[in-house]
Design a protein around this ligand. Sequence first.
Ligand code: CA
Length: 246
Amino acid sequence: MEIPVRAASRAVAGQDGQVPTVLVVEDERDIRDLLRRYLERADYAVLSSGTGAEALAYLGSDAPDLVLLDLGLPDIDGFEVLAFAAAIGIPVIALTARSAVEDRIRGLERGADDYVTKPFSPQEVVLRVGAVLGRHATERPGQETQSFGDGRLRIDTRRHEAWVGSRAIGLTPSEWGVLTALASAPGRVFSRSELVNRVRGYEFSGYERTIDSHVKNLRHKLGADGATVVETVLGMGYRMGLDRDT
Ligand code: CA
């Protein structure tokens, strides 16, 4: 698998001058310690947890910038931790067994930003952490709220919020990625593979069908406007069917 070329190999301090904090959730102590060592060497602040319950507590109290999450945890289902992190907008890189293809697909569908299969190279994990954090940072350019279709849809890229009319909608990172990609060029058709790249930041074939599932969930959250905001272009992909308001 290709490593994203624009990935940062060292932590870059955010707007508040703080180095990013990574929460490592992994019950195997050797792997946990290995990841901590490599991340700290790359100047990240690291929290670590061997159980899902402790991970949920960290997510609620310490607001890490990213979670490295082993999906096979001893106490609770790793997907529960994934769902919680996605719901509060914290990016997740899932750690899965090489054989667990279904876990990887399910993880991406449930809002994981990326995944790494075991056994992994710790250097690669550090690169992926930098790439995911970089994508999230560029999604906050400090622009004002963008409005579409005479205010039917509004998107605040800085606050990571979207509204349909006056109703705020909560989106997973992947749904947010699809919506903001389409909104970047209303009317232009995006193929599924383009959307995969926008959501995941780099080429990886084979997961295009997860885009359909993100689109389905996104439309559901958009309600009556769903099929208009995200139009299907048969045989080609998707496009935003609303114009940008000026
Ligand atoms: Ca495990």
